[in-house]
Design a protein around this ligand. Structure first.
Ligand code: ADP
Ligand code: MG
Length: 567
């Protein structure tokens, strides 16, 4: 049922012309140490000094906007002294860079960290030509292996930039001179390689158009950070395959072999969730572990973005014998720059984070088949997608997933007495499912199991079913506070308990009249489609839940018949 939203790209904006100045204003206002200079750069309020309070080498950087938090987020003691933002995806001009350099210089010289894009390289170069009185150095970052190093402008500068900025900034802060700050920055720049891939293109808030076109089933490999298309277009691959391709290219270009040590940056390009980045990092760690390459420090997050592209980049920095330990020390050094993580990963290794739940199958191999509860469970499991759809329309779309987690792996038919199977279903709901339904249905089955366990026979009698459902309804109401009319499973459970009590009056020892109970429960379930929810997730939707039957109420009704019927 997967469908792709036909919406065209949209952004929070007022009008395109005012977008960038306003966004920069917001950035400066939110940064504890930034001030805007009308020459077109962001400077620090704090003095450019080293750890002892003496003037320090200034490290500055800049480039097109759209890669936030780079560069301005890395402004702060221990990292950048100034950041020069260009227009969206456009290098700053030389005058901006000149003024920023002049302002940042504390008398010990200025290092320009420049991503290898023609516009950036040229404008920083022109700026340095206009500053004869200031000792300046250029460090070019050219890490993207998707772009060739021996033709045209060479490899693009991407993710490694922030590692270079960090090491240069920390070197300056510990008091190193201009030559040493430059040298260490170049060690990192030269030892770093990256490669990126995207699942969707990004779009500029100023243009409202995707930067390239991508088919439904396609991904773009080797993308840069300016919205340019990549070097290869393939079918959407798994994270495992994608990482093999990206990390494989990086490892190959750096010539890494067993025993080598690296820094690892797994970077999001602006619209990749943190959870996906975590998964990608796990893949990278395993990929490197398989090759005997040791990750000494790791950073996972969205730092060098392409506005809102759903993409990732993988950066590795070789830690060589001569300077490796120093580089690690400078990566570890504290900085006040808000975008740098407070701590980076230390000696990360692959972790198996599966949750192991106790095996919990009702009855024993010899027990008799429990047809009643088998029918119920198979009906629920067969309808998981439909239940999820109901919850998606009127809730958050996880109800079916929770039922699947609880019951999905039970082999049918279930065997055991009512008491045994009800207890097993309860414990599975509590231990394996999550959400409101895990707790609420777990409680219902627990109460039913307790009543059943007190009975003498394998199957519930009419009187026991009445008592079981009454206890269940009381316990669920007590737990979640929902009353009939609140559009929850209580709307089916309470009438079911009433009908069971009425049916048991004549002969409590007889077999229960499930049909009568089902009739009351399904009527209650259907009534939920007329009610606006006041409890549970559906309550956030108010009127939008109207016309949609509550999946929990439906499942309660299925316990008594027609399991799996989407009435
Ligand atoms: P979540 O709300 O965590 O997404 P699920 O999707 O797993 O929970 O379960 C939703 C179901 O839980 C609803 O269909 C409804 O029947 C039931 N429910 C919600 N709130 C309550 C409540 N307070 N008491 C009883 N049942 C509830
Ligand atoms: Mg839900």
């Amino acid at each position: 049922m997967a469908s792709v939203s036909p919406l065209s790209p949209r952004s929070f904006r007022n009008d395109p012309d005012s977008f960038l100045p306003q966004a920069l204003g917001g950035f400066v206002a939110s940064h504890p140490d930034a001030i805007w200079n009308t020459a077109g750069y962001i400077a620090r309020r704090s003095p450019v000094v080293d750890v002892d309070g003496n003037p320090a080498v200034a490290v500055i950087s800049g480039g097109g906007s759209g890669h936030e938090p780079m560069h301005a987020g890395f402004l702060g003691e221990g990292m950048l002294a100034a950041a020069v933002p260009g227009l969206m995806f456009t290098s700053p001009n030389a005058v901006q860079v000149t003024e920023a350099t002049r302002a940042a210089d504390a008398g010990r010289g200025v290092v320009h960290i420049v991503k290898n894009y023609t516009g950036d390289v040229i404008n920083f170069r022109v700026a340095r030509q206009g500053l004869p009185g200031i000792d300046t150095r250029e460090v070019i970052v050219a890490d993207d292996v998707a772009t060739s190093s021996d033709s045209g402008p060479g490899r693009r500068g991407t993710g490694a930039t922030i590692l270079v900025e960090k090491v240069a900034g920390a070197s300056a802060f510990r008091g190193d001179d201009l030559d040493e700050v430059t040298r260490l920055a170049r060690v990192v720049a030269e030892g770093s390689r990256s490669m990126a891939a995207a699942l969707t293109p990004g779009h500029l808030p100023t243009s409202g158009r995707y930067t390239f076109d991508l088919g439904e089933e396609e991904m773009e490999v080797g993308v840069g950070i300016h919205g340019e298309a990549g070097v290869d277009r393939t079918d959407v691959a798994t994270a495992h395959e994608t990482v093999a391709r990206l990390a494989g290219a990086v490892v190959g270009d750096l010539g890494l072999t067993g025993g080598d040590r690296v820094l690892c940056l797994v970077n999001g390009l602006g619209a990749t969730s943190n959870l996906e980045l975590d998964l990608v990092f796990d893949e990278v760690l395993r990929f490197l572990a398989d090759r005997g390459v040791t990750v000494v420090r790791s950073i996972v997050g969205s730092y060098v973005t392409s506005v809102n592209m759903a993409g990732i980049s993988v950066t590795l920095t070789r830690l060589d014998d001569a300077d490796g330990d120093t580089v690690v020390e400078l990566i570890d050094a504290p900085t006040a720059a808000p975008a740098w993580p407070v701590t980076v990963g230390v000696d990360p290794e692959p972790v198996d984070a599966t949750t192991v739940v106790p095996e919990d199958v009702p009855g024993t191999a010899e027990s008799a088949v429990n047809q009643w509860l088998s029918d119920f469970v198979s009906g629920v499991v067969a309808s998981v997608d439909d239940l999820t759809e109901l919850d998606r329309l009127a809730g958050d779309g996880d109800f079916g997933t929770n039922m699947q987690a609880a019951f999905g792996d039970l082999s049918s038919p279930l065997k055991g007495t009512d008491a045994e199977v009800l207890a097993a279903l309860a414990s599975r709901l509590f231990i394996r499912a999550g959400g409101t339904s895990g707790a609420v249905f777990g409680t219902m089955f627990r109460e039913m199991a307790t009543t059943a366990a007190r009975g003498a026979s394998a199957a519930l009698t009419a009187g026991e079913l009445a008592e079981a459902l009454t206890r269940a309804a009381d316990a669920v109401t007590e737990l979640g506070g929902a009353k009939p009319g609140d559009r929850t499973m209580v709307d089916a459970l309470v009438p079911a308990a009433e009908a069971a009590r009425a049916a048991a009056e004549a002969d409590p020892e007889a077999a229960p009249d499930l049909a009568a109970v089902h009739e009351a429960a399904i009527a209650g379930a259907r009534s939920t489609s007329e009610i606006t929810a006041t409890k549970g997730r559906a309550s956030y939707l108010g009127e939008r839940a109207r016309g949609v039957i509550d999946p929990g109420a439906l499942v309660v009704a299925w316990l008594f018949g027609d399991a799996g019927e989407m009435n």
